[in-house]
Design a binder for this molecule. Structure first.
Ligand SMILES: [Zn+2]
Length: 1003
């Protein structure tokens, strides 16, 4: 018994805490010489390796990460799949490499094996003899390494060198075996904790930042020091008696110097060189801070700015997790933008405080709490994104949580997110990987904090760090600590947030209010009122949910467990309850918060605004208000004019939830007849239900509408499905089905040039695809369907003897655009349309030469009726569509047309952030159309065969509120058939001054 206790005490601390945990023992000794002109670092490396695993090893493996940044690597190929050719096209001497030679293990030469060839980011060797548990061996090799001129974490540019993952690096052997894994764009690194002696031989004037401390030689800081009154803290004695001797720094060739670096307990050694570096120093406690920035950075990095921000980050992380366990942190301004973390070193593209807190945070979550970054990237990226958000919250900035949560929710609703815990390269693309491991994983940590509370979360982080620093961590390690500290079963939370992408939806069910004094059992607590609330769980996701009862003078909140599909909670209040609200702080990722409220008192207002909590506002026409936690209803008066109804006054209401649901519209108008002769006075309306919450489904949109609009009534029902596999590349497909009934009943509103006196019922199926690659875009759309025309006398009788009741209608449209370089771009549109039975279809369903057909304009009050503001006698508006021959009279139509529209534009000015004038450009265009068959045109008495136009135009792009539109003025100075032209007069020549105007692009 006593002997056993003694044995237990002799075990290393980490094995006592975690009997199954072990990590290998590794020590590197590297001597390397940099040849600047070729960019090649040549090294000799000795690795001491002790097998602390319970397994007998028969092989050994090294990462050669620089081999990713060259043609043919898995990285380069993964890039190419996404249309990103960073490394696949690089030639010598621009690409990176890391070659090994003369590898000797246990003193014997061994042959390299490249298990992922042609990728060579992992090299494996068979051991000359088995390595037993507890035994050690020595590996010796020579190598050459060169960073690439296109930077990615590593890079070189002239005399600047960012060395990341630059030396043959021992592959981790853990309980899963050798973690041999090629390097891909998605997923970072995993390394054995080790000690490093690195002897660098470089030109005399280089300034060096690196992992570890410079035990001898001159890293160049003294000469570069911008604050000479503050002596440089070298910390040459930090490692005490374990410090290697300083003999490695003697004997440099003329014009060169040798610097010896030493580090312990780090799983990577990074360095950065630049003779131009400026140095500033500082410290937090006994942790030295070294900042190296570029010439020209004096204002943004210098004068203590970056030092101060790095110290501030250290102070925050110190109180969040615990004491920084390494001697120093070096913050360098690297070649590439963004930032990357390495032990004791962060390479940043800017001195932004948030970036520094994020990258330095990784020295804890990744550096000291060393997760496998390609298996569980969420454990470093999500973790550090979370602590950065918390940092800003503590600094008094508005929390970024609401924006992050809403962004993920939108993707969750469209089933675009993947779970955070997934092997990096198995994500469907790089963007999806990033969204999962940074953003969705950040939300996981926020949800954990919400569930356990701030104070417990803080204790979890401290206990996790204390127990696991300088070890490899994983989900199980974090969960065990979190459950132990919080005394909670967190299995559901970890499972759902890390391994799934469930939707969450809680709703208020039944509510019972009991007043004290009346009979109640059990007896009420000492307050006046008790509210019993039924919490319904309507989606698979489960998370505790706060339930609030808002009473006249006080508020009560309890937290429901959120596990059951129905659950009752009780809330006592001192005053009379008014409203029940679920999740008032918006912390449960509840996708439908419209059902989270229940009003407990009757009020007249609820007759008009039935959903409690609805945000009612004055809609200012160009922006619709959208909220995460409640329905919005925008109210607006409307006014417009047409020649039949005269001045038309109206009232419109638009609802919205999340910018995608409940986008309902209600419109009631009164035409006054004012301002016109023999004016019509009538009441019109439109009611539209779009994307009701009840029909929520990924990528699906539904519209149902009833209208009685200026001489037409009818119904529309439409459903559209969008599918897009990748968010940032690849095709976007749409498919839709639309049923529309339109019955014209008052021709005082209608132009006979657009409408026959028949009603139509039409069913259309359409499919489209759009694709964008680099400078080009292409979209195709095809629709097919049919309908029937009728009037009061029946189907066949339609007022026109040649009109068939049944017609086929189909269109095809292909639009291509391309940036041509400089300010030039070109576009082309090919169109074919047919609307015919045995004869032409009804006028309103024919194919139009100039633009869109009349039913397309139905919802636009400025276009739909005779004499409306944009279609007056002297106003030539072009609504894009049809054959697009913009110079032709907009009433000319026929049964079938094929057309080609060409446009060449040159930008005059581009101002991305300007509102009124984003962009202005000049255009030259030509349109050609060939009609097929068809009957004689009333205008000319013949059948049109071919028409064409050409001219120049001006486009100005604007933004008002959330609405973007273009003002387009086209001058079709040439029209092949002038007697069909816009604004024609007798005796017009093909060449005349003509104009058309639009608020929409030509195509
Ligand atoms: Zn990060």
């Amino acid at each position: 018994m006593i002997a056993l206790v003694l044995l237990a005490l002799q075990q290393p601390a980490d094995q006592r805490d975690h009997p199954s945990y072990w990590q290998q023992e590794v020590a590197y000794t590297i001597t390397a010489r940099l040849d600047e002109p070729s960019g090649v670092l040549s090294g000799a490396e000795q690795i001491h390796y002790r097998n602390r695993s319970p397994d007998t090893l028969s092989s050994f493996a090294l990462h050669l990460y620089l081999n990713a940044f060259r043609p043919g690597s898995r990285w380069a190929d993964a890039d190419s799949v996404e249309g990103n050719r960073r490394f696949n096209d690089l030639r010598d001497p621009d690409y990176a490499f890391n070659h090994v030679h003369q590898v000797r293990i246990m003193g014997l030469a061994v042959e390299p094996i490249y298990p992922f060839a042609p990728d060579s980011t992992v090299v494996r060797f068979a051991l000359p003899r088995a390595l037993l548990p507890g035994d050690s061996m020595t590996v010796e090799l020579d190598w050459d390494a060169r960073p690439s001129t296109v930077p990615r974490r590593q890079g070189r540019e002239g005399r600047r060198f960012d060395f990341a993952q630059w030396y043959p690096k021992v592959v981790v052997y853990d309980r899963y075996g050798w973690e041999e894994h090629p390097l891909y764009p998605a997923g970072e690194f995993y390394g054995e904790f080790a000690s490093f002696i690195v002897d660098l031989d470089v030109p005399q004037d280089q300034v060096i930042g690196a992992t570890g401390v410079a035990v001898c030689g001159d890293p160049g800081w003294e000469r570069a020091n911008q604050n000479p009154s503050r002596p440089v803290e070298y910390q040459r004695d930090y490692y005490g008696s374990r410090t290697p001797s300083s003999d490695g720094c003697a004997g440099a060739a003329p014009g060169r110097k040798r610097v010896r670096w030493y580090a312990e307990d780090v799983h990577h050694f990074a360095m950065s060189l630049n003779p131009g570096y400026r140095y500033e120093g500082g410290h937090f406690g006994d942790v030295a801070v070294h900042v190296l920035y570029q010439p020209g950075d004096e204002a943004k990095w210098g004068k203590g700015v970056a030092v101060d921000r790095t110290q501030k980050a250290l102070a925050w992380l110190d109180q969040l997790y615990g004491k920084f366990d390494w001697p120093q942190i070096t913050n360098v301004h690297r070649i590439e933008g963004g930032g990357t973390e390495f032990p004791m070193m962060i390479m940043d593209g800017s001195a932004d405080q948030g970036l520094i807190v994020h990258e330095l945070g990784h020295n804890y979550t990744m550096g000291m709490l060393a997760n496998n970054e390609w298996r569980e990237g969420w454990l470093d990226e999500g973790f550090t994104s979370f602590q950065t958000t918390w940092f800003w919250e503590v600094m008094g900035r508005p929390s970024t949580y609401p924006g992050t949560e809403a962004q993920i929710l939108a993707l969750d609703l469209d089933r675009q997110t993947e779970p955070p815990s997934q092997v990096a390269e198995t994500y469907k693309d790089f963007t999806s990987y990033q969204i999962a491991i940074y953003t969705r994983a950040e939300l996981f940590f926020h949800q954990l904090r919400y569930v356990v509370g701030d104070e417990t979360m803080h204790r979890i982080l401290q206990a996790f760090y204390e127990r696991w620093k300088l070890k490899h961590v994983d989900e199980a390690a974090l969960r065990a600590v979190a459950e132990e500290v919080s005394h909670r079963d967190l299995s559901g939370l970890f499972a759902q947030w890390l391994h799934g992408t469930e939707l969450y939806d809680y709703a208020v069910g039944r509510v019972k209010v009991i007043r004290k004094g009346r009979k109640s059992f059990p007896p009420l607590p000492p307050s006046e009122w008790l509210t019993r609330v039924e919490v319904l769980r309507k989606s698979p996701g489960r998370i505790p949910v706060d339930v609030a009862v808002i009473a006249e003078d006080d508020t009560a909140v309890v937290r429901a467990g959120g596990e059951a599909e129905r659950e009752w909670v009780e809330l006592p209040t001192r005053s009379r309850p008014v409203e029940v609200v679920l999740d008032p702080e918006v912390r449960t990722h509840d996708w439908n918060m419209v059902n989270n409220r229940k009003a407990l008192r009757f009020s007249l207002a609820r007759l008009f605004i039935p959903v409690p909590g609805t945000d009612v506002y004055f809609h200012r026409y160009f922006s619709t208000r959208s909220r995460r936690d409640r329905l919005t209803t925008g109210l607006q008066p409307t006014v417009w004019y047409n020649d039949a109804g005269g001045i038309t006054l109206g009232y419109r209401q638009r609802d919205d939830y999340l910018g995608r649901f409940a986008q309902n519209v209600g419109l009631v108008t009164l035409s006054t007849g004012w301002g016109t002769d023999n004016g019509v006075t009538d009441v019109n309306g439109l009611f539209r239900i779009r994307n009701p919450l009840l029909l929520q489904a990924a990528n699906l949109s539904e519209t149902f509408e009833w209208f009685y609009l200026e001489g037409r009534y009818g119904l529309t029902a439409s459903v559209e499905k969008t599918s897009q596999e990748h968010l940032t590349f690849g095709p976007i497909w749409t498919r839709s089905l639309t049923l529309q009934w339109v019955h014209p009943d008052d021709f005082r509103y209608l132009d006979r040039g657009y409408y026959d006196d028949v009603g139509t019922v039409e069913l259309q199926a359409s499919t489209g695809v759009s694709l964008r690659t680099g400078r080009s875009s292409l979209s195709l759309r095809f629709s097919t369907g049919g309908g029937l025309a009728y009037n009061r006398a029946g189907l066949a009788a339609s007022g026109r003897s040649d009109l068939d009741p049944f017609y086929y209608r189909g269109t095809f449209e292909a639009i291509g655009r391309r940036q041509l370089g400089g300010r030039w771009s070109g576009g082309a549109r090919l169109f074919a349309g047919v609307a015919t039975g045995n004869n032409d279809a009804a006028k309103q369903r024919q194919i139009y030469f100039q633009g869109a057909d009349p039913l397309t304009q139905l919802s636009n009050p400025f276009l739909r009726s005779r004499g409306a503001l944009l279609v007056g006698e002297d106003f030539h508006y072009q609504a894009p569509g049809g054959a697009g021959v913009r110079g032709i009279d907009s009433r000319v139509s026929t049964g079938a047309i094929v057309a080609l529209n060409l446009e060449l534009t040159r930008a005059l000015l581009t101002r991305a952030n300007a509102k009124l004038f984003n962009r202005a450009s000049l255009a030259a265009f030509g349109d050609l159309a060939q009609a097929i068959g068809g009957s004689a045109q009333p205008l000319t008495g013949d059948r049109i065969r071919f028409v064409a136009d050409a001219g120049v135009g001006l486009r100005i792009e604007h933004r008002i509120g959330d609405t973007r539109f273009v003002t387009r003025l086209d001058l079709p100075v040439y029209v092949s058939r002038p007697e069909l032209g816009q604004d024609r007069s007798a005796g017009d020549d093909p060449f005349e001054f003509r104009w058309v105007f639009s608020f929409q692009p030509e195509f």
